[in-house]
Design a protein around this ligand. Structure first.
Ligand code: GLU
Length: 313
């Protein structure tokens, strides 16, 4: 059943695969093998005429062959994931096993390529360095798609939309954006969080916003009505919140969930939709390949199924 549904899910991706590689292994291989590079379109037409039209734009076909083929030859897709985001990327400390929708998506991409998957834990601060250096092939790590980031990396069609909010100690008395005036907020370096929070405070009339420029915004130098302390990872921010080093902890709600203990609460507002996409090297063949897969999984209900299975709202 798995095999059958996968085949249905990735029909268009298989077409890309056939064009890009002309070979493969596992489930994809069966279809891809039938398609020599020169006869890919012909084979694809026989299999699924509509899919050919979809992929007929030839997404970076020539460039693609090399990097996708390299992964196939290596036999392993190396993926950067989170290890403490419940429902997305979570690692069991005892077994070392990862679980969550981003883990399942990564496994499915690898399955489609006919290779194994290898996970590397990343943070907001390390994920792009590891992608740039070639240590990992792609990132599925609550990575928000932004115009600025799209200049440096490719992102798939979004597979999930989260929101930013703020976690505080219950005894702080902070309940909403207005209470954050003149407070110090812990954020992760490399994240969109501080900028999102300042934009939301401006929108809600809590601060004036004079001097705010989304493009040049820097959490370290911002002091108008709120200030920020940047940390390399989320456990450190959580510790800083307990220690009173910061008054609040701001990031996507999905990430905050694991730090939401009984003595803490979210503020009333959530803001700044965060669309998560699979990040790949800019212009790589893997970008087009993965995007086809994600689009297929969005339209056939696979992604909705993963959201439900992982208890995500
Ligand atoms: N999703 C947000 C971002 O990409 C928060 C940081 C994170 O994913 O850790 O900036």
């Amino acid at each position: 059943m798995k095999k059958k549904s996968l085949a249905a899910m990735v029909t268009s991706a298989v077409m890309v695969m056939a064009m890009l590689t002309g070979c493969g292994s596992g489930e994809t291989q069966a279809t891809a093998q039938a398609a020599e590079p020169s006869s890919a379109v012909e084979s694809a037409e026989a299999a699924e005429p509509e899919a050919v039209e979809e992929t007929g734009e030839e997404p970076a076909k020539d460039v693609a062959a090399a990097d996708v083929q390299e992964i196939i030859d290596r036999g392993v897709l190396r993926v950067g994931v989170k290890n403490a985001v419940i429902g997305f990327g979570f690692q069991d400390e005892l077994t070392g096993e990862y679980s969550g929708m981003e883990i399942s998506l990564a496994e499915k991409i690898a399955e489609s390529l006919g290779v194994d998957v290898e996970f590397t834990t990343v943070t907001a601060a390390t994920r792009t360095e590891l992608l740039d250096s070639g240590d990992i092939d792609c990132v599925l790590a609550t990575f928000t798609i932004t115009d600025e980031r799209k200049e440096s990396w490719d992102f798939s069609t979004p597979y999930y939309t989260d929101y930013v909010t703020v976690l505080v100690q219950k005894d702080s008395g902070i309940t909403g954006l207005a209470d954050l005036t003149d407070k110090k907020v812990g954020v992760s370096s490399g994240s969109t969080s501080a900028r999102s929070l300042v934009a939301a405070m401006i929108e809600n009339g809590v601060i004036s916003g004079d001097g705010f420029d989304a493009e040049t915004f820097d959490p370290v130098t911002w002091t108008d009505g709120i200030s920020f302390a940047q940390y390399d990872d989320y456990p450190t921010i959580s510790t800083a919140l307990s220690a009173g080093e910061v008054d609040a902890f701001c990031v996507d709600k999905s990430i905050l969930a694991v730090y939401h203990t009984d003595d803490r609460t979210y503020i009333d507002e959530k803001f700044a939709p965060q669309e998560y996409g699979v990040a790949t090297k800019k212009g790589s063949g893997l970008s087009a390949y993965v995007d086809e897969l994600v689009k297929g999984w969005l339209s056939d209900g696979t992604i909705d199924g993963l959201i439900a299975e992982n208890g995500i709202e």
